[in-house]
Design a protein around this ligand. Sequence first.
Ligand code: ME8
Length: 651
Amino acid sequence: MSSEKFYITTPIYYVNDNPHIGHVYTTTAADVLARFHRLRGERVFFLTGTDEHATKILRAAEAQNREPREFVDAMAANWRKTWERMHISYDHFIRTSDPEHVAAVQTLVARLQEQGDIYLDEYEGWYCVPCETFFREGELGEGTCPDCGRPVEQVRQPAYFFRTSAYADRLHSYIEEHPDFIQPEARRREVLAFIESGLRDACVSRKHPGWGITMPGAAEHSVYVWLDALTNYLTAAGYAEGALVRRGWWPPDVQLMGKDILARFHATIWPALLMALNLPLPERLFAHGWWLTDDGDKISKSRGNVVDPWGAARDLAEVSGVPTRVAVDAVRYFLLREVTFGLDGSFSFGGLLGRFNADLANDLGNLLNRTLPLIERYREGQVPMPGPGAGGLEEAISASREKWAQCLETIDYRGALEAIWELLAAGNKFVHEREPWALHKAQKEVELDAVLYDLADCLRVVTLLLSPFMPVVAEEIWERLGLTAAGVRPVWKDAEAGKLPTGLQVTAGQPLFPRVEIDRALQRLTAEAEKAAAPPEPQEAEMETISYEEFRRLDLRAGRVLEVEKVAKADKLYRLIVDLGEEAPRQVVAGLAQDFAPEELLNRCVVVVANLEPATIRGVRSHGMILAVGEEKPVALVVADRDCPPGSVVR
Ligand code: ME8
């Protein structure tokens, strides 16, 4: 890793839907590394953005009757908003529809055409739209996409190909000779095996759907969305302007992504492209695992089982009483602490609350709530002079800092957080053993000064080390320690014992992390969710009349129920997957669990309010409402009396 500059990237995300916890995971992980390198005083370029030319995006826009341009503009704005809310400190947000990027792709493709690395041939095979991936006959799993299991479309058309095969041997040797290039190790071996199984030339164009970047010199073809997307890393570093060297970012130091897009794309086509362009390869590709739902399904936009990270933060804020900004930091913390980076993990709100109580309210909260109030009580809020006997936590501080830095250099977030928590444990043990209250009672003022100084100093180092993970919380503690008012900036070289200026005025304030009663909190959220999902109360009062135009604003559709399952710990709620004839089936949460057994709902043709504003109910996203009749329980379901194609309009 270069010591002067640090270029880090996330994948650029498809904008057919809003971000979910998986995207937040990758982007937060990148954010932590970016902040870590900034803390060390390096020049950092942190890139993220949106991938906008996919077929599924065109279809999502069409499904909403919107112009693709207007649709992607609105969606890209949502993604930026999410990154703002999640405290993501990106340096550049790239969109594949940026004119600068379109120019970069066309320059790159034209150059590869000229040198014969991109050539025209005929493609015959299959295409999976949700995965935006080409497959050959033998690669299909029972006639469906081998990656996601959904139906594929047959494609036979003249198409352009990139000569990946020509670089296979070079790439294989490169990966063997550079063991750090692809991580974790298990993924590196998978990639080597994938290359050994034979790399075919990649199809890099599609028949132009009227949306996407046009192939240079071939107006009837558009550039395949993956070639378009991968180029973003070059665009942002100055490729189109011929400024790659001048800007000095190239090559990326770390590229993060999920394991789904490593072997087929980032570890093969991508480095092969760079080899063809004679450009240095990224220093390191790190593929992390998947966040799964409680029942082991991958969380995915296309599958509709989205966990909304902002919703989770808001729920946490609601049940704990902390400001949402603090809750966001707690979600960031949870994501990187819960699972070793590289492995799969499963997300549950109860798990988040558990860590909130144990790690934040207890361990971090204890050190805070002991140190600052004691300084207020015994020293009128002024950090005392250290004097003789101070430095009792010096060893713990230096061990923690070393481990933390080493872990972050090797992209081990969990290890880095554990290092901080070891220091917290040492700090809490120190209070317990030195008993500042007893020193006060015995009027051992010099010793008390030393203990209070050491504790505040320890808290300062904890805050520095925590700041890449929980930037808002770190700012808050920094302020309470009086460091902000004293104009002290958090810098890496100060992560040592004894660097706390004396005479600072500290403020204890309210506890940052009040303990949450987990069972009560879950019950409360469930009750609210049930209320939100319950059929509306029948209206006694006379209803206002509405015009036909007003009625037409309701988008009522026939939907086929594909899956039904109970929402965990919610007696009345079902999570249903409903086919509305759209590209991806919808997920709807409905309060029908006490009225119907799942099999009574399965395959029924129900009526859905399709344009109801999506809501997150108990961390489960619900998009649409199923209509039912009646005040009496059980309610009756509104169904079509014969089979209708999903998506049919109800008038
Ligand atoms: O693949 N768990 O975009 P995408 C963990 N546009 N991470 C997850 C996840 C999950 N359940 N689901 C998604 C694309 N991710 C392309 C990339 S790059 C040149 C083009 C994260 O919107 C993970 O990083 O489908 C994964 O690789 C990425 O989101 C896929 O996002």
